[in-house]
Design a binder for this molecule. Structure first.
Ligand SMILES: Cc1ncc(COP(=O)(O)O)c(C=O)c1O
Length: 399
C-alpha cells in the first residue's frame, strides 16, 4: 500500500465562501513562490516598509507602529491585551458574539479584572449599557470591542465606543479582523488606540499574518508599563524596533507570507480602498436579497449588517451538515457553520476579498436552491437569482 504522504498534494478547486480563509488570487500565490530573502536583508527591509506604508493607508492612520504580526488574528488579540494590560487593571470587553468572548477570555488571562458587557447575539454593542458599565468602573484601562462580529454578521459603530471610553480615559482596542479591507476603518479619524486584523479575510492573503496599528496613547502605555510584557514573541516595543527602527533581530520574519501580504495590498491599492468597500457592499446586498427571496431569515439586525459575512438562519427541519457537505461535494463551495450559541442554527457565508464577486453570489444561490429543494424545502427556482440581480442593478444605480 502506498502511503498518501508520498503522493503530491493537489487540493481540488474550492470556492471559499466561509468566514475565512477567503480565496487567494493567483497573483498573491505567485508572490509566495519568489526566492526567500533573509529577514535582515536590506531588500527585505524595503518590502517591510512598503507593507507598513500600505497598511497605514488601509487602517487610515499615520501610526508609526503599524505592522503585521507573525500570527493569525488571535495572536493580535493576545498581543493587544498582553501589552496594554497588567495584573489588577480593569478591562471592559463588549461581547455580542463568539469573538468578543475570546477577547474577554484573553484579557482575563492577562491578569486584568475583566468585566464582560453582554449584548444579544445578532445585535451591535448596546451603547447605553456600555455607558452605564463605564460609570461603574471609572478607572477602567481598556475597552475591547469587535468591530465586525464574524459569528453573527453584525457591525458595531466604533465611534460611539471611542467617545464613551474617552470620557473615562480608557484605551479602545478594536478587532477589525473581518472589517479591514471590506468596511470603512479609520483609525486616526475615529481615534482608535489599538486596531488589529488578519491577513486571510478581506485583505486577500493566506492565513498567517495579523496587521496591527498602535496609536500614541497606546504606545505610551506600553512604554510606561510597571511590569515586563509576559510574552516575548508579542512584545510590541521590540517588534516596533524591528519593523521601524533598529531592524534588530527579534524573530525570523515569515518572508513568503510578507510577500503575499505585499501583493494583496498592492492589488487593493490598484482597485482603490473605497472601490473595494463598495464592491463588498454591492455583492452583500445581492446575497442578502437572494437569500431572503428564498425565504431564509438573516440573523443580524437589519440596520447593523456586515457586508463580508452574512449569517443566515438554518430553516426548521433542514440538517446543517448535510447542506454544507453537499455544497462542498457537489458544488466545491465552502460555507461556515455557526459558533457558540449559534452552532447548528446558522450558516455563515463570507464574501471576502477576492471572494466578494457577483459570480460567487450566483453560484451559491443556485446551489442552495437546488440542494434545499431536494430536502423538501419549498423553492421557487430562479427567484433568489433574480432578486440578487435586481439588488445588483439597484446598487449600481445608487452607487
Ligand atoms: C472577529 C474575529 N476576531 C478574531 C478572530 C481570530 O482570528 P484567527 O482565526 O485568524 O486567529 C476571528 C477569526 O475568524 C474573527 O472573525
Amino acid at each position: 500500500m502506498t502511503q498518501s504522504y508520498l503522493q503530491e498534494f493537489q487540493p481540488p478547486p474550492r470556492i471559499l465562501l466561509g468566514p475565512g480563509p477567503s480565496t487567494v488570487h493567483p497573483r498573491v500565490l505567485q508572490a509566495m513562490t519568489l526566492p526567500v530573502l533573509g529577514h535582515l536583508d536590506p531588500l527585505f527591509f524595503q518590502v517591510m516598509d512598503e507593507v507598513c506604508e500600505m497598511l497605514r493607508l488601509v487602517f487610515g492612520t499615520d501610526n508609526f507602529m503599524t505592522a503585521p504580526l507573525s500570527s493569525t488574528g488571535t495572536g493580535a488579540m493576545e498581543a493587544s491585551c498582553a501589552n496594554i494590560l497588567e495584573a489588577g487593571d480593569t478591562a471592559i470587553v463588549c461581547r455580542n458574539g463568539y469573538f468578543g468572548d475570546r477577547l474577554a477570555d484573553i484579557a482575563s488571562r492577562c491578569g486584568a479584572n475583566t468585566v464582560v458587557l453582554d449584548s444579544p447575539w445578532g445585535q451591535p454593542v448596546d451603547m447605553d449599557a456600555l455607558r452605564d458599565e463605564l460609570r461603574k468602573h471609572p478607572s477602567v484601562k481598556m475597552v475591547g470591542v469587535v468591530h465586525a462580529e464574524t459569528s453573527t454578521g453584525v457591525l458595531t459603530d466604533l465611534t460611539e465606543v471611542v467617545s464613551l471610553a474617552r470620557e473615562h480615559d480608557a484605551l479602545v482596542v478594536a478587532d477589525a479582523v473581518t472589517s479591514l479591507g471590506s468596511h470603512e476603518v479609520r483609525v486616526d479619524d475615529w481615534d482608535i488606540d489599538v486596531c488589529y486584523s488578519a491577513s486571510q479575510k478581506c485583505l486577500g492573503s493566506p492565513p498567517g499574518l495579523a496587521p496591527i496599528s498602535m496609536g500614541p496613547r497606546a504606545m505610551q502605555v506600553v512604554n510606561e508599563r510597571r511590569s515586563p510584557v509576559q510574552s516575548f514573541y508579542f512584545n510590541l516595543k521590540d517588534l516596533e524596533s524591528y519593523w521601524n527602527q533598529t531592524r534588530a533581530y527579534h524573530h525570523t520574519s515569515p518572508i513568503s507570507m510578507t510577500y503575499a501580504l505585499r501583493e494583496s495590498l498592492r492589488m487593493m491599492m490598484e482597485e482603490g480602498i473605497d472601490n473595494r468597500i463598495a464592491r463588498h457592499a454591492r455583492v452583500a446586498a445581492a446575497l442578502r436579497a437572494g437569500l431572503e427571496a428564498m425565504g431564509l431569515e438573516l440573523a443580524a439586525d437589519a440596520a447593523h449588517r456586515l457586508n463580508p459575512l452574512t449569517a443566515v438562519k438554518i430553516p426548521e427541519g433542514i440538517e446543517d451538515l448535510a447542506v454544507r457537505r453537499t455544497l462542498m461535494s457537489g458544488h466545491c463551495i465552502e460555507i461556515g457553520g455557526g459558533l457558540g450559541q449559534f452552532a447548528g442554527k446558522v450558516w455563515r457565508i463570507g464574501l471576502m476579498g477576492e471572494g466578494a464577486r457577483e459570480s460567487n453570489v450566483f453560484a451559491l444561490l443556485s446551489a442552495l436552491e437546488s440542494i434545499l429543494s431536494r430536502m423538501d424545502y419549498e423553492v421557487a427556482f430562479g427567484a433568489s437569482l433574480s432578486a440578487a440581480q435586481r439588488a445588483l442593478v439597484e446598487a449600481q444605480r445608487d452607487g
